[in-house]
Ligand binder design. Structure first.
Ligand code: GDP
Ligand code: IMO
Ligand code: MG
Length: 423
């Protein structure tokens, strides 16, 4: 029962979309297991840049079926826009999209509460897509699920009861305008017709397909250091992007997982607030942002940039059980004279043994760097590892040595063809 999991090993935006699209040519089903439209996964299709937020990144391969699993929080408005956008590119979705009947829905009040909370308490720097508030309702057991959309009476009942509470919050805590139940009902009750043909028991579907020997790729969104349990809490997202989340978020057994691929950007970025020990708030960081086009695929916000952090990466590889690495955006480093890698942190003058997820410790962490000589050649057209500049190969081998993990994909540009495969 072969399931491969793709996980982001840093703070998201590692290039998961590109690698999932690349690998999908040998895959039958690609399934998203957590997060929502906070994700922005970029793929280049026929020279056009496409950003996917909810639909798995295998959709541009006509033989691939895409699954939105029970662990995802689904914004039907964003979904409809995305389906339209994909179809406008001449891509047929038809029965290649399956949506879990158990996935929770993002409602207008989730987005509103997301932005109001950001203004009034610890500013996480969320994407404003309603993710946190939707997961709160899921765990509070008051959430509205995809299956509820298909029954107008249930939807009405649940909306009325949810809005009763949310409107009190809006009025009494946030001193803002209450939402109109009937208006939301009008917008949302129309989704039943639009969404009906895609909705199914995706856990059942996946398990049946796996039994037939079909290959499944579980596509993580966000990154491991944004994991609500294992990341830099509270500056995290509200789900489990780490590999463990794939089983609960899809309803497949851990024994079905045969491979875990960690996506590693050749340097580090973070969008939103929170600790970032190797951040470069200087000209070098600006250069990384400008060459790497480091602006959020969902919000357009400038991404904070810094050197590769092997100390946090090794933590990430360990908690995910990563078998192999796909190294992305190596081409971005091409014009740097010196490239640094962080190999450990000092806290209060002492080296520490393990990556701390407590932000007070992280705020005091001083990164310790090893220096590497850069290379000047353009590597974006190189197809074979051996043809990469000597210093570049040295950098790749050093990461393999420091992580004790094989790098099987080296991405040297955003296109499918710009990938060196090392098996
Ligand atoms: P994701 O969220 O992990 O899928 O990553 P994003 O799509 O948010 O951000 C990655 C960005 O880098 C996108 O603009 C990609 O097109 C681009 N990209 C991916 N791989 C490479 C690469 O190897 N080199 C360069 N220069 N860009 C890349
Ligand atoms: P992909 O899948 C990078 C960040 C936000 C914020 C924190 C919480 O494209 O890698 P949320 O809206 O989830 O409540 O925000 O998480 N964040 C991401 N950062 N890439 C993402 O997704 C992200 N999704 C959320 O910026 O810091
Ligand atoms: Mg992204």
């Amino acid at each position: 029962m072969p399931v491969t999991i793709i996980v982001g090993t840093q703070w998201g935006d590692e290039g998961k979309g590109k690698i999932v699209d690349q690998i999908s040519k040998n895959i039958n089903i690609v399934a998203r297991y957590q997060g929502g439209a906070n994700a922005g996964h970029t793929i280049i299709v026929d020279e056009k840049e496409v950003v996917l937020h909810l639909i798995p990144s295998g959709i541009f391969h006509p033989h691939v079926t895409c699954v939105i699993g029970n662990g995802v929080v689904l914004d039907p408005v964003a979904l409809m826009e995305e389906i339209k956008m994909i179809e406008s590119l001449g891509v047929k979705i038809g029965n290649r999209l399956r949506i879990s009947h158990n996935a929770h829905l993002i409602m207008p009040y989730h987005k509103l509460l997301d932005s109001l909370r950001e203004q009034s308490s610890t500013k996480i720097g969320t994407t404003g897509r309603g993710i946190g508030p939707a997961y709160i309702d899921k765990y509070m057991r008051t959430g509205i699920r995809v299956v509820d959309l298909l029954d107008r009476n249930t939807l009405r009942e649940k909306l009325i009861s949810n809005l009763e509470e949310k409107n009190k919050l809006l009025k009494n805590i946030y001193s803002t305008k209450e939402l109109d139940v009937e208006e939301i009902i009008r917008t949302y009750q129309d989704f039943d017709k639009k969404i009906d043909s895609y909705v199914t028991d995706t856990s059942q579907f996946l398990n049946n397909e796996l039994r037939k020997g079909k290959k499944v790729l579980a596509e993580g969104a966000q990154g491991s250091l944004l994991d609500v349990d294992h990341g830099t809490y509270p500056f995290v997202t509200s789900s489990n992007p780490t590999s463990g989340g794939a089983c609960t978020g899809l309803g497949i057994p851990p024994t079905s997982v045969t491979k875990i691929i960690g996506i590693v950007k050749a340097y580090s970025t973070r969008v939103g607030n929170g600790p970032f020990p190797t951040e470069l708030e200087n000209k070098i960081g600006e250069k990384l942002r400008s060459i790497g086009h480091e602006f959020g695929a969902t919000t357009g916000r400038p991404r904070r940039c810094g050197w590769l952090d092997i100390f946090s990466l090794n933590y990430s590889l360990k908690i995910n059980g990563v078998d192999e690495i796909a190294l992305t955006k190596l081409d971005v480093l091409s014009s740097f004279e010196e490239i640094l890698i962080c190999t450990g942190y000092k806290v209060n003058g002492k080296m520490i043994a393990n990556f701390p997820t407590d932000i007070r410790t992280l705020d005091n962490a001083k990164p310790i760097f090893t220096s590497f000589k850069g290379w000047r050649d353009d590597i974006t057209g190189i197809k074979k590892f051996i043809l990469l500049p000597k210093e570049c190969r040295k950098y790749i081998r050093a990461i393999e040595k420091l992580t004790n993990t094989k790098i099987t994909f080296v991405s040297v540009g955003p296109r499918r063809s710009q990938t060196i495969i090392r098996k």
